[in-house]
Design a binder for this molecule. Structure first.
Ligand SMILES: NC(=O)c1ccc[n+]([C@@H]2O[C@H](COP(=O)([O-])OP(=O)(O)OC[C@H]3O[C@@H](n4cnc5c(N)ncnc54)[C@H](O)[C@@H]3O)[C@@H](O)[C@H]2O)c1
Length: 420
């Protein structure tokens, strides 16, 4: 009989909800325990699972008193990952670990040492690897049509509203010292590393927080969007992002990003209004003071040189819509994936150009282009050793070291930093 894995989830926010519900729907997994410091989050996720009270923990110490499942999903906030991952591996859990895994070299060594000592499996949640468009690019690359890869040009377009809520308003309250390049671009660094297929030698980076600063506050703006005279006109108005955005999407019952504002399922307009009056999402993005956090930027550029001579550039910029633009240039052809125009363009030099729609590729879905579901679909095969092509801890470490080096460079006026 096929082995079934039991699963516990610690951190039942947006990501915990996604993994718990996706895994609950699969016969290979049995979600048996949940932990979150916030009882409201526990209730929200358990609404989909119906676990008995004694399987729910709002106290981390109690949860870790004993091993509760085969696999632990760690989807707490960034700063908790290293400590919880080390403890969990020592207790004998295999891990599905959210990114970013760490923000410094010492903790990365600690994670690797613990994994070596305990022999546990660690799958890092680089879900973009499992997105339909990315898998298609892998398939095309395997045919050799690109020849030798020469350069990667990667742009992470952060939708203006997402920038304002996740990387400005939330960053203001987080005690985490995680630079934006790791908080926002770990998938991008992972993909660049995955395509380059070599160790990164040197990195340089520039970037600042230049827009979301107190001095750019519209004249006479209030502290909270709902009290502000610009509530209907400001591009970053929380009312426009959440209430109008939700209505424009047809009032969906419970989807991101509205499910991060109101934990009620189904979402209601009244509850979102209530949340905007008290939660950080309702604060003025300019007045919230995020510029005093030295690790936050609203735009950044990274240049990378790999040991096999591949060069790469990564830009994180404001944009109208979420979506990556990835161009790979080889000696025999080029591939461009543009999530915004929903196209994958294959250009073998001197031959006919082929354009396909990403959304028509099998497995293309909404959450990270189908990547969230794709990772959970592959997880059983990864854990049973059938699938070996995934982002292991060791692989993820490479792209995290690139991110750490990028931040070191950015804080030192863009000087060239050696990654290893
Ligand atoms: N893989 C991806 O594509 C992706 C996307 C978004 C976020 N993330 C990462 O996933 C993680 C979670 O993000 P999120 O958006 O779900 O955040 P969230 O704030 O919605 O959820 C985090 C949850 O962890 C809980 N928590 C915090 N400390 C805890 C502790 N010590 N013990 C138990 N629970 C604790 C919080 O109460 C909260 O409910 C973050 O590290 C984030 O960077 C990954």
């Amino acid at each position: 009989m096929k082995k079934k894995f039991t699963v516990a989830v610690i951190g039942c926010g947006g990501r915990g909800w996604t993994y718990a519900t996706l895994m609950h729907a699969k016969e290979e997994f049995d979600v048996v325990s949940l932990c979150d410091l916030n009882p409201e989050q526990l209730t929200k996720v358990n609404g989909a699972l119906n676990l008995p009270e004694d399987c729910l923990f709002d106290d981390e110490a109690k949860f870790f008193e004993k091993k509760r499942a085969d696999i632990l999903v760690i989807s707490t906030n960034d700063a908790e990952h290293v400590r919880q991952a080390v403890l969990a591996m020592e207790m004998g859990y295999d891990l599905l670990l959210e990114k970013p895994i760490s923000n410094n070299r010492q903790d990365i060594v600690k994670l690797l040492d613990t994994q070596e000592k305990t022999g546990r499996q660690v799958v890092v949640c680089h879900v973009m690897r499992y997105a339909a468009g990315i898998k298609k690019m892998d398939e095309i690359l395997k045919t050799g049509m690109l020849g030798k890869l020469i350069a990667i040009d990667h742009t992470e377009r952060v939708a203006y509203w997402h920038q304002a809520q996740a990387y400005v308003r939330f960053q203001k309250i987080t005690p985490d010292k995680f630079p934006t390049i790791l908080a926002k671009c770990s998938h991008d660094l992972d993909l660049i590393q995955h395509y380059a297929k070599s160790r990164c030698e040197t990195v340089s980076s520039i970037g600042k927080i230049s827009h979301f600063r107190k001095e750019n506050t519209p004249e006479g703006a209030a502290d909270r969007c709902l009290d502000c005279k610009y509530v209907e006109t400001c591009t970053y108005s929380a009312k426009k992002i959440y209430i109008d955005g939700w209505k424009n999407e047809g009032c969906p019952p419970f989807i991101w990003p509205y499910s991060k504002l109101s934990l009620k399922n189904p979402t209601t307009e009244e509850d979102m209004y209530e949340a905007l009056k008290t939660k950080v999402q309702g604060e003025c993005a300019f007045k919230c003071g995020v510029e005093s956090n030295p690790y936050v930027v609203d735009h950044q550029m990274v240049q990378m040189q790999f040991e096999n001579d591949v060069i790469a550039s990564l830009k994180m910029v404001f944009a109208g819509k979420l979506g990556r633009l990835i161009a790979l240039y080889g000696t025999e052809g080029e591939i461009v994936m543009d999530e915004f125009t929903d196209t994958l363009t294959i250009k073998p030099y001197g031959k006919e150009i082929e354009v396909m729609k990403i959304s028509s590729i099998d497995g293309g879905g909404w959450a990270h282009g189908g990547g969230d579901a794709g990772l959970v679909d592959d997880l059983y095969d990864i854990l049973t050793g059938v699938k070996t092509d995934y982002t292991s801890l060791r692989e993820s470490v490479e792209s995290h070291l690139m991110g750490i080096a990028a931040e070191e460079s950015r804080l030192d006026s863009g000087k060239i930093v050696h990654v290893h």
